[in-house]
Design a protein around this ligand. Structure first.
Ligand code: SF4
Ligand code: SF4
Length: 253
């Protein structure tokens, strides 16, 4: 086990005396560290099979646990050492779902930089494999949907509805989903920009550019936010898009 992964071992399984004196000789040192063995009896090998059978997950079996991926991962090194690609692969191959679940709060943090895949000496498509692990966990109800995935869904629903991105609706609709009080007009029930509770970061982000904006451009944007002109012939394409989404299961996992 690479030294930077020591934190993966539960404290209660580590025995180490600060000081050992044998026959009057101080024999203290790192050598006296003992890691107690553990017995694993709750595993699900079907989990690994599902990953291998997925087109993007089959390289998982090429992993020989060298940890190059983890050593190069910015999320592990600069954000949270609990995010550990090598360890996730190890747990997934053994079908240790309980252990994977313990890391549910960090497992979706990959920023898709591909450093891990670039460094892997065994040709494991690490990032793809990790995505399949997360998706399989989500399918089994072992992790909550991760926040960016929720946004992806909301974004896709908006495209299906209008045939393009409605910036205002997307922004304020998302704010509403986050629990902010977004005021809406009484007739069309569309959000009124910047009325209601908004986070301070959004106010400071928006006010400066708004001040410098041409008034005609502002009116045009406000009009679009309320009226939502439709993309021509969108309904036919919408049916095709919905079918692909259903077949691929994009909205469910
Ligand atoms: S670098 Fe590749 S072989 Fe090494 S632990 Fe990561 S995935 Fe496995
Ligand atoms: S792609 Fe994800 S797992 Fe790989 S190095 Fe980047 S952040 Fe880490």
């Amino acid at each position: 086990m690479a030294i930077h992964e020591r934190g993966l071992v539960e404290q209660e399984r580590i025995i180490k005396k600060d000081r050992i004196v044998i026959d009057g000789v101080d024999a203290s040192g790192d050598w006296n560290l003992i890691i107690l063995p553990r017995v694993i009896d709750d595993y699900d090998l079907d989990f690994a099979k599902d990953i291998i059978n997925h087109p993007q997950g089959k390289t998982i079996n090429q992993c020989y646990q060298c940890s190059y991926c983890t050593a190069s991962c910015p999320v592990h090194n600069y954000w949270d050492e609990k995010y550990n690609p090598r360890h996730f692969i190890y747990l997934a191959r053994l079908g240790m779902l309980d252990e994977l679940q313990k890391r549910a709060d960090v497992i979706w943090r990959c920023v898709s930089c591909h450093k891990c895949t670039h460094r892997c000496p065994k040709g494991v498509l690490v990032e793809e494999v990790l995505k399949v692990i997360v998706n399989q966990m989500s399918k089994r109800g072992l992790i909550e949907e991760y926040p960016s995935k929720k946004f992806d869904k909301f974004f896709t629903e908006s495209v299906i509805e209008y045939g393009r991105i409605e910036d205002g609706e997307l922004l304020f609709g998302w704010m509403e989903k986050q629990g902010f009080n977004v005021m809406k007009d009484p007739i069309l029930k569309k959000p009124i920009p910047f009325a209601g509770g908004l986070p301070d970061w959004l106010k400071s982000l928006a006010i400066k550019p708004l001040k410098g904006m041409n008034i005609d451009f502002l009116i045009l944007n406000a009009k679009h936010m309320l009226i939502h002109p439709r993309t021509q012939n969108w309904n036919r394409f919408k049916q095709v898009l919905e079918r692909v989404i259903n077949e691929e299961g994009i909205m469910t996992h």
